[in-house]
Design a binder for this molecule. Structure first.
Ligand code: CTP
Length: 396
């Protein structure tokens, strides 16, 4: 529950994407948030205050004059009792009002009256032509300069039938933006390159050699780095995981593909985290046709050759980024991990207890560096990833 103890003020303005605001509110509540809702008059053409009240369990505010507030000042009281304000959907008109300080209804007034420390996020939602108009783009630039967070918009098929940029982000993506807005930006301005998942070494067009890595740890680290403000590129072997929001993902199959993707994306990288379970060997001669099983003939005699070591290759480059390795061992973790750290020439190596972690949602990590070993006790991979990012922030 990543929004436990947090209170969110959700503002709705008049766009068809109001139907997604209901799910957005629920998704924040599932993460532990308390959600209050303020709606403009136009938004009530698309969804009723009753729906939002039933979903959030809190009375909805629609007017600047509300006698339910003892002082009748909801524009002052509401923004003071929340940790963040998110306007979703946010129309071109509402963006224009925010950019110019126009306060002519409750939502625009409470945004203006919010304490400077309360983050304001807006999720633009409009027709592609409205989004692309210079006036909207000027207003968006103004909001950015004023420190207002812009969530999206996405591109795609629009309710009006046109295709292009202006779709509101999906509820799950908006939740990620809210979680990120409430987190210290310890990695702002940093660029991370992370490998994750297994590699797949082909034998023939239908067969290959791989391992049990699910990619969960690497994906969790990519997400945690993005939440902390980093720009993140994830080079991933074959996994069934969705791409973490905000992260650029490059899919690869073999160790050699992964090496190429890593070396081709190293420019400007500050931190390289090699979480992937890279196959140590590949088949020397990959058959171009499926190897047939012929009765009476011997089984194929596969010859293996060593794969390049991606982490060691990056670590010994001139101007190498800060490199972090992972080690999955089935025994003697401390001894093997420390030896591996020295062999690969990396300042930090993270050990985990081998096969016990594969595919699981939780883990125990031990960090090895020049100062010795530091255990991050058993926890979810998501929490451990955040703790690892905190540790990196203190080391960089
Ligand atoms: N690694 C890599 N390229 C390889 C093998 C490993 O980049 N060809 C990286 C992994 O991503 C991990 C670290 O090296 O960060 C250690 O991986 P591991 O497989 O445990 O180490 P190996 O050097 O392969 O040693 P061994 O398999 O003998 O334990």
């Amino acid at each position: 529950m990543e929004l436990s103890g947090k209170t969110v003020l959700l503002g709705l303005t008049g766009g068809i994407a109001c139907y997604k605001a209901a799910e957005f509110a629920r998704a924040m509540i599932r993460e532990g948030a308390v959600v209050h809702v303020a709606m403009t008059e136009n938004s009530q053409q698309f969804i009723t205050p009753l729906t939002m009240q039933a979903l959030t369990g809190n009375p909805v505010f629609t007017s600047s004059w509300d006698s339910r507030q003892p002082n009748n000042m909801p524009h002052i009281d509401l923004p003071r009792k929340v940790d963040v304000i998110a306007v979703a959907p946010c129309t071109a008109n509402f963006i224009a009002k925010l950019a110019n300080g126009i306060c002519d209804d409750l939502l625009s007034t409470l945004c203006q009256a919010r304490p400077v420390t309360t983050p304001l996020l807006v999720a633009p939602a409009m027709n592609v032509e409205m989004w692309e108009k210079p006036v909207t783009q000027r207003n968006i630039c103004q909001l950015q300069q004023d420190g207002i967070g812009i969530m999206g918009p996405a591109s795609g098929f629009q309710a009006c039938g046109e295709v292009g940029k202006g779709r509101m982000l999906e509820p799950a993506e908006l939740v990620e933006e809210v979680i990120a807005a409430l987190q210290p930006k310890t990695m702002a301005g940093r660029h991370f390159l992370i490998t994750a998942g297994p590699t797949f070494e082909p034998i023939d067009p239908v067969r290959g050699i791989t391992n049990h890595s699910s990619g969960k740890m690497g994906y969790a680290i990519a997400r945690a780095a993005w939440l902390a403000g980093a720009e993140v590129t994830l080079v991933s072997g074959p996994t069934a995981l969705p791409t973490p929001y905000g992260v650029k993902r490059i899919d690869v199959m073999s160790a050699r593909d992964m090496l190429e993707a890593v070396t081709g994306n190293l420019e400007g990288i500050d931190v390289f985290i090699s979480v992937a379970a890279v196959a140590d060997w590949r088949v020397k001669h990959v058959s171009t046709q499926k190897i047939k099983k012929v009765a009476g003939q011997a089984v194929p005699d596969l010859v293996f050759v060593e794969n390049p070591d991606i982490l060691a290759t990056v670590a010994k480059m001139p101007d190498a980024p800060y490199c972090v390795g992972f080690a999955a061992e089935s025994e003697n973790l401390r001894e093997y991990a420390e030896a591996k750290r020295r062999k690969k020439g990396v300042p930090l190596l993270v050990g985990n207890i081998g096969h016990e972690t594969f595919g699981k949602d939780d883990n125990t990590l031990i960090l090895f560096d020049d100062n010795g070993a530091l255990e991050l006790p058993h926890d979810s991979k998501q929490n451990l990833a955040r703790r690892l990012i905190d540790q990196l922030a203190s080391r960089l």
